[in-house]
Design a protein around this ligand. Structure first.
Ligand code: FES
Length: 106
């Protein structure tokens, strides 16, 4: 499968990802994405911290603020923007919901 920057990859219905839950998915590109259902909306962010690659699935989420468990950098998962002491933004991914199925832009 050829994956370009404009490829939308299916993620399935995600009906079982409840508000407050998160799940890692591996894209065909090899990139691992963390899906987070927060405040009624599903967000997709890079699963590894941009500081030292710590798995962000082990971090905490309060509202739409994700905190890395190692040095406590924080980001707003709606935008990937740094909050507080974070020095680098967090990569986020665009999601689309069509005909009951979710897609992520590679
Ligand atoms: S590894 Fe995440 S803040 Fe340092």
């Amino acid at each position: 499968m050829t994956v370009s920057a404009d490829t939308w990859l299916p993620l399935g219905p995600l009906d079982d990802l409840e508000d407050g839950e998160r799940r890692e998915v591996t894209l065909p590109t090899g990139k691992i994405v963390l899906l987070i259902h927060a405040e009624g909306k599903i967000h997709a962010v890079c699963a590894d911290c941009p500081h030292q690659d710590t798995p962000l699935a082990e971090g905490s989420v309060e509202g739409t603020i994700l905190t890395c468990p190692l040095h406590f950098w924080q980001w707003d998962i709606r935008t990937g923007e740094e909050v507080g002491i974070a020095e680098l933004p967090l990569e986020i991914f665009e999601l689309r919901h069509t005909d009951g199925e979710w897609f992520i832009r590679a």
